[in-house]
Design a protein around this ligand. Structure first.
Ligand code: NAI
Ligand code: OAA
Length: 329
């Protein structure tokens, strides 16, 4: 193997998403089957022993692409030279909580991590925030990294996107691969808006195949509240599906979207579609040459406008809340 290994830092490495994620990164699913990776695992001191255990198991897999694994409890060391940062480490919600209830508990984690990325990351660093509330945590990290281009900070709505694909595929009885141009707008929360008005199923407009009552009363709430449904049924928040979506997000970011399709990612708004610039909000996006671009020029109906605005209003409230907590200025 001649390529230089890519350094991937995973926070919360001893957690349930971490356990589902690390083995897929090491086996080449994140960046490609010919790209060696060096893993850096960041944990709180109480969990570094468990992370060491996972590192031992990674060794035992003898993955040909894995160039090394190190465990850290210091963000500065963990993010030194990082190319891809997966910020997973944060407390998950439990039954009866909304993700926004985690703002105070988790927000404090992301300022120091953003600062450590600012101090030591490689110049091509890409950051994906998974820990909830993901959009606002990503905003906190980004605001602490003034020297890193803002477009390198993203939050994960790919799980919501994948959930929307799965629900539509079932409803329309088509393979997931035949679905295109589904969008998640706004916040990774119950206010998110899964939009199928531009979507296609096997080349046909989805809006002609489903009625508005199904969309409003079944599809949208099902996707938006799927995280809570998993907590209710599984007794713990989504892990393998979240890890899989994180893999998809970074793989698409680096390798591009397929022709004639787009995906969803929460990225720093440039003001498109009336989303205030600077908020980290989910949009329809394509990845080209390693960069996300918002799909422009889509017609937004009144039905969609009201739902996008409601989710964006929640993002603004979350930003005001973390300003009030002194987590960003
Ligand atoms: N954006 C999304 O679509 C999704 C987000 N999530 C979120 O991902 C986060 C992680 O979930 P799980 O792995 O299930 O939780 P978990 O509780 O199993 O693991 C979290 C890990 O993070 C570690 N951690 C806490 N503070 C840390 C810090 N400052 N630095 C490094 N590590 C730290 C903990 O020690 C623990 O090992 C939660 O906030 C959860 O809500 C979960 C599913 C989907
Ligand atoms: O719902 C939660 O708390 C975990 C999560 O973000 C998801 O499964 O989408």
């Amino acid at each position: 193997m001649t390529k230089t290994p890519v350094t991937v830092t995973v926070t919360g490495a001893a957690g349930q998403i971490g356990y589902a994620l690390l083995f897929r990164i090491a086996s080449g699913h994140l960046l490609g089957a010919d790209v060696p990776v060096r893993l850096r695992l960041l944990e709180i001191p109480a969990a570094t022993k468990a992370a060491q255990g996972t590192a031992m198991e990674l060794d035992d897999c003898a993955f040909p692409l894995l160039a090394g694994v190190d465990v850290f409890d210091d963000p500065k060391a963990a993010f030194d030279g990082v190319n891809v940062a997966l910020l997973v480490g944060a407390r998950p919600r439990t039954k009866g909580m909304e993700r926004g209830d985690l703002l105070e508990a988790n927000g404090g984690i992301f300022g120091p991590q953003g600062a450590a990325i600012n101090a030591g990351a490689a110049s091509d660093v890409r950051v994906l925030v998974v820990g909830n509330p993901a959009n606002t945590n990503a905003l906190i990290a980004q605001q602490h990294a003034p020297d890193v281009p803002a477009d390198r900070f993203t939050a994960m709505t790919r799980l919501d996107h994948n959930r929307a694909l799965a629900q539509l595929a079932k409803k329309l009885n088509v393979p997931v691969a035949e679905l295109r141009k589904v969008t998640i707008w706004g916040n990774h929360s119950a206010t998110q808006y899964p939009d199928v008005f531009h979507a296609e199923a096997a080349g046909r407009p989805v809006k002609d195949l489903v009625d508005q009552a199904w969309l409003a009363d079944e599809f949208i709430p099902r996707v938006a509240k799927r995280g809570a449904e998993i907590i209710e049924v599984r007794g713990a928040s989504s892990a393998a599906s979240a890890a899989s979506a994180a893999i998809d997000h970074v793989h698409t970011w680096v390798n591009g979207t397929r022709e004639g399709d787009w995906t969803s990612a929460a990225i720093v708004s440039d003001g498109s579609y009336g989303v205030p610039a600077g908020l980290i909000s989910s949009f329809p996006v394509v990845a080209k040459d390693g960069k996300w671009e918002i799909v422009q020029g889509l017609e937004i109906s009144e039905f969609s406008r009201a739902r996008i605005d409601a989710s964006v209003a929640e993002l603004q409230e979350e930003r005001t809340a973390v300003q009030g907590l002194g987590l960003i200025s």
